[in-house]
Design a protein around this ligand. Structure first.
Ligand code: HMG
Length: 445
């Protein structure tokens, strides 16, 4: 079967930055280490007043097309995944296509466009749809543009406020890709949940503590489902596991659960037994509470072992570096985690071609999905072309007063007009409203 997957990827961060330990924590009267150590976050990205999901998505796509020398005729499909949409009918992909047509020769009149919604997992679902479209032979030699773009804002005072973020990831999906090939095997864990939702409202209703448990439960089901078709996963076979990352502390929990699962009944469990005993088996316990206590005890001991720390340091921690600086990008988060891991590989001169990555996506509501990817020969060149470090470094750092203003400016229920904090350069910007309530955009050189 022909390899299908991600040929190229580009990232666009919101142009503003909020320092969490330095600016946010003191205002909340909290210990800065709750953010740096507990949640695992240093900063969040925010959109400036002229940025939104269209500008960030179009800017990531523009960089990608420009760098790869692509023209609209090379793209047969544009899917945008978002949970920050502002229109119940006209999809964000039409706005993005309009932006791109303004700067590239040709048009997207024969490209299929859509918008995917399932909380944060929609980016991966769009990637999956694009791969299936190619595998079905419907692409006529063209690739698909998949864009995950979100402004992850919470109501002021909500516990989720600490985990905000804004940014976009654009991916070009083709046959014989340069970056990663996707496995056809995948596993799902899906259930009707009300842990996080936005019933026709901008800011989410969240049951934060429960959402953490739902994430872990669905992820575990997805892993079991994946193993039922792909066979058991072994830690030695996986270079990185990029998870959906609402905040790195969440992935710390997912990583621990995952490691316990994939080392069960392996030589690793045997090796660790002398130090911390074997994993508790449910069938050995009369009551559930005692089993859960034993599990907690095992996990706490496991966390203290060198073996686990080494695995976490090489397989999970590299996926979190970018997330620590930008917060939750919802649909883009897991794709940023993949970039983060590969960037770590580049910076540490790792030989990654042919290595496998296990991708754990998640969306509230709720669904987890797991698939594998094989890193391709062109990965180094693709990742070296990114300018994410420059983007992060050039963000404007918000004061607390700036932050309050910018949050209000992006609040759909408030009519607040503010001066931008940054000067756009070679990017699309929001340019006001058209006669039918449509948003208008222009490219600034
Ligand atoms: P909170 O109550 O503010 O924080 O809310 P906390 O008290 O639970 O503390 C967080 C962690 O920091 C804890 O670590 C504390 O112990 C630690 P844990 O025990 O969990 O390992 N901590 C400290 N560590 C060191 N030094 C200190 C210190 N103080 C505390 N001084 C919560 C946290 C996640 C609930 C909140 O941020 C929230 O509601 N977030 C939004 C929901 C969310 O992100 N959920 C994640 C799973 S659902 C998901 O991923 C989907 C999502 O992306 C949406 C979608 O799919 O569309 C959200």
């Amino acid at each position: 079967m022909t390899a299908v997957g991600i040929d190229a990827i580009e990232v666009w961060t919101g142009n503003l930055k909020l320092d969490l330990p330095g600016t946010f924590a003191p205002q909340k009267g909290e210990d800065p280490e709750k953010y740096t150590k507990g949640l695992g976050l240093n900063a969040s990205s925010f959109p400036d007043s002229y940025e939104d999901i269209v500008t960030m998505g179009a800017n990531a796509a523009y960089r990608l097309m420009d760098r790869k020398g692509l023209e609209p005729k090379d793209i047969g499909r544009i899917d945008v995944a978002t949970e920050s949409a502002f229109d119940n009918s006209k999809p964000v992909s039409t706005y993005v296509a309009g932006c791109l047509e303004g700067v590239f020769d040709g048009d997207f009149h024969h490209a299929n466009k859509g918008e995917r919604k399932f909380a944060c997992i929609a980016g991966t679902q769009s990637l999956d749809d694009a791969c299936n479209w190619i595998r079905a032979g419907r692409n006529r030699g063209r690739g698909a543009l998949v864009i995950a773009t979100d402004t992850a804002l919470y109501a002021r005072g909500d516990a989720g406020e600490a985990t905000q973020g804004a940014g976009a990831v654009a991916m070009y999906i083709t046959e014989n890709p340069s970056l990663v090939e996707l496995s056809t095997e995948q596993g799902y864990g899906s259930a009707d949940e009300t842990d996080f939702l936005k019933p026709n409202q901008q800011f989410p209703s969240v049951d934060g503590k429960r959402s953490v448990q739902v994430y872990l439960a669905r992820m575990r089901e997805a892993l079991e489902d994946y193993e039922s078709v792909a066979g058991d996963v072994h830690p030695d076979d996986i270079a990185f596991i990029p998870f959906h990352t609402p905040f790195p502390g969440m992935v710390r929990k997912a990583g621990m659960l995952g490691y316990r699962h994939i080392t069960r009944d392996t030589a690793i469990e045997d090796d660790l037994a002398a130090e911390i005993g074997r994993q508790p088996r449910e069938e050995a316990f009369d009551d559930e509470a005692a089993y859960h206590d034993a599990l907690r005890e095992y996990m706490s001991a496991l966390k203290g072992t060198d073996r686990y720390a080494d695995w976490y340091g090489s397989t999970i921690d590299p996926t979190l570096t970018l997330s620590r600086e930008v917060g939750n990008w919802y649909t883009g988060s897991v794709h940023l985690a993949r970039v983060s891991a590969l960037k770590h590989g580049l910076e540490n001169e790792l030989e990654l071609a042919g290595e496998r990555v296990l991708v754990g996506s998640y969306g509230s509501g709720a669904q987890a999905e797991i698939h594998a990817e094989t890193i391709q020969d062109g990965w180094r060149e693709e990742i070296a072309a990114l300018n994410i470090d420059e983007q992060l470094a050039s963000r404007y750092e918000l004061t607390w007063a700036d932050y309050e203003e910018i949050h209000d400016a992006h609040n759909h229920d408030m009519d607040v007009d503010i001066e931008p904090r940054t000067t756009p350069e070679a990017e699309f910007v929001f340019d006001g409203w058209g006669p039918m309530g449509e948003r208008k955009y222009r490219f600034v050189d």
